[in-house]
Design a binder for this molecule. Structure first.
Ligand code: HEM
Length: 471
């Protein structure tokens, strides 16, 4: 086993354990945790001790052992205190209690069903079409083009805002990030101190001085806006007939306002930054890899005769498009860390892990492990087509597995397919600052903090823009 064994403690181990705290805290807050943990796995093997009571794994077996559906509830690896937040009510993503989680997930299920997704698709197209027109306009008027890291947040937050609150943030229309969204994005650094404080006692004690005022202020702004938007949404509940995320939850009248706020806040964050990050990565990697871009252009531009034909269904079987998305999810996973769970006292990848020890499988490392992937740090979408390079594709699980797997997976795939296919159908891509390096310049604080990536979207002659005339 790696850094230290967990089964026996000696004085030496305690001292080295304290060192592990410092090592962990330093790398966690540096923004380069993904690279540090990949390095120690390469050096010490598939299991390493990253804090006194915590192990990181990187094998497909550990993924199955920790996250897949347990044989019975007593064998479940439950979420750890990493997920606890100092403010607000626990939501479907943060609650640790399995009974509470089941109830919350069931109450949201109808908003994520296949039928709901069909009803929601028109909303997705509406904002994507506006977005297509907006990036084309900005590409003509701004010499530096469009910062795709910012612009893709406009469209994903507008879609999720509409599906959660019945109204968007008007970000695509105004080509501006709503200040509520900026607050969420800006608070990432401070937000990542909370999980750290659960692992490092000193940080917990310093929390009030370090981050509390900043987090508390952001939380208040966030809560005030969520509350106002929620009040509007509840007032419209009788008029809204479509299956959005909150319709059934509001109508069931089982949830307090605070619980609804927690749910809405979680859905907005979980559903937008993630899809935006993958779409950014896909556009960036395509612009850097002309052969892959040409293959995708050929596929999209010969399959469809008009942009109206691009739908969630018609794009579901396009090999290149789906391969580009899978490869972007693997190479630049939106959820790149290991998701901590508490061992019930069970085997993980052949090691018996005593009850109470925290374990995770590190997503980034697994998705870049040469044991599973040929040329792991390269963008090679063809690995997802047919036999590819014989990679172990199960080593990429960007949406996680089991009972706590992503609730929005189908919506996420639909959104990413439609956004990418419509961009490729309408525009040729031009990276403005070719020296920018998305992978080297991004830092990880829960979500990725990405550098600006400026791109121009130059219209193809035959792409009549079928977009609503509301800009
Ligand atoms: C590329 C896009 C996305 C990726 C990679 C992604 C990934 C994930 C992952 C890895 C988890 C598990 C987190 C954990 O165990 O701590 C998760 C949970 C979740 N995701 Fe997503 N997600 C994406 C898009 C979405 C969308 C569009 C929604 C819709 C609102 C969404 C809603 C949720 C919710 C509600 C949970 C909590 C599920 C539970 O605990 O039962 N996600 N997601």
């Amino acid at each position: 086993m790696g850094l230290l064994s967990v089964t026996s403690y000696s004085l030496v181990e305690c001292i080295v354990g304290a060192g592990a705290f410092i090592w962990y805290a330093y790398h966690w807050m540096s923004g380069y945790w993904f690279s540090a943990i990949e390095g120690v796995h390469q050096k010490y093997g598939t299991v390493v001790r990253i804090a006194p009571n915590e192990l990181s794994f990187c094998s497909t077996q550990s993924l199955k052992d920790i996250y897949s559906h347990p044989l019975s509830s007593e064998w479940a690896f439950l979420k750890s205190s990493f997920y606890d937040r100092p403010f607000g009510v626990a939501s479907v993503a943060t609650t640790r209690d399995p009974h509470d989680h089941r109830q919350q997930r069931q109450s949201l299920a109808s908003g994520f069903s296949t039928k709901a997704l069909r009803e929601q698709e028109d909303i997705v197209h509406y904002y994507v079409d506006l977005f297509i027109q907006q990036i084309g306009n900005l590409s003509k008027t701004q010499s530096y083009g469009v910062d795709i890291c910012e612009a893709l947040n406009w469209v994903t937050f507008d879609i999720i805002g509409d599906l959660t609150f019945g109204e968007s943030f008007d970000a695509v229309k105004t080509a501006k990030t709503h200040h509520w969204v900026s607050t969420i994005v800006d608070s990432q650094f401070w937000g990542s101190i909370i999980p750290l404080s659960r692992r490092v006692v000193v940080v917990y004690l310093l929390l009030p001085f370090l981050a509390f005022s900043n987090l508390a202020r952001n939380f208040k702004i966030h809560q005030g806006l969520t509350r106002a938007k929620l009040a509007n949404r509840i007032a419209k509940a009788d008029k809204i007939t479509r299956a959005d995320f909150l319709q059934q939850v509001i109508q069931s009248r089982k949830f307090s306002i605070e619980a609804l706020e927690g749910q809405a806040g979680t859905l907005i964050v979980a559903g937008s930054e993630t899809t935006a990050t993958t779409s950014v990565a896909a556009l960036y990697f395509l612009a850097k890899n002309p052969v892959c871009l040409a293959a995708l252009q050929h596929e999209v531009r010969t399959t469809f005769t008009s942009a109206d034909a691009i739908t969630g269904h018609s794009t579901a079987t396009l090999p290149h498009l789906n391969a580009v998305i899978e490869e972007s999810l693997r190479l630049f996973p939106p959820v790149a860390i290991g998701l901590p769970r508490i061992s019930p006292g069970a085997n993980v990848d052949g090691h018996f892990i005593p009850a109470g020890v925290i374990v995770s499988t590190d997503n980034w490392t697994l998705m870049h492990d040469p044991k599973y992937w040929h040329d792991p740090h390269a963008f090679r979408p063809e690995r997802w087509i047919g036999e590819g390079f014989g990679d172990t594709k199960g080593a990429s699980q960007p949406f996680s597995l089991g009972v706590r797997a992503c609730l929005g997976i189908n919506l996420a795939y639909l959104e990413m397919r439609v956004v990418l296919a419509k961009i490729i159908w309408h525009y040729d891509l031009q990276l403005i600052d070719g020296d920018r390096d998305l992978l080297r310049e991004s830092t990880l604080f829960g979500f990725w903090k990405k550098p600006p990536i400026h791109m121009k979207f130059n219209g193809r002659e035959n792409s009549a823009l079928g977009v609503p005339d509301v800009l």
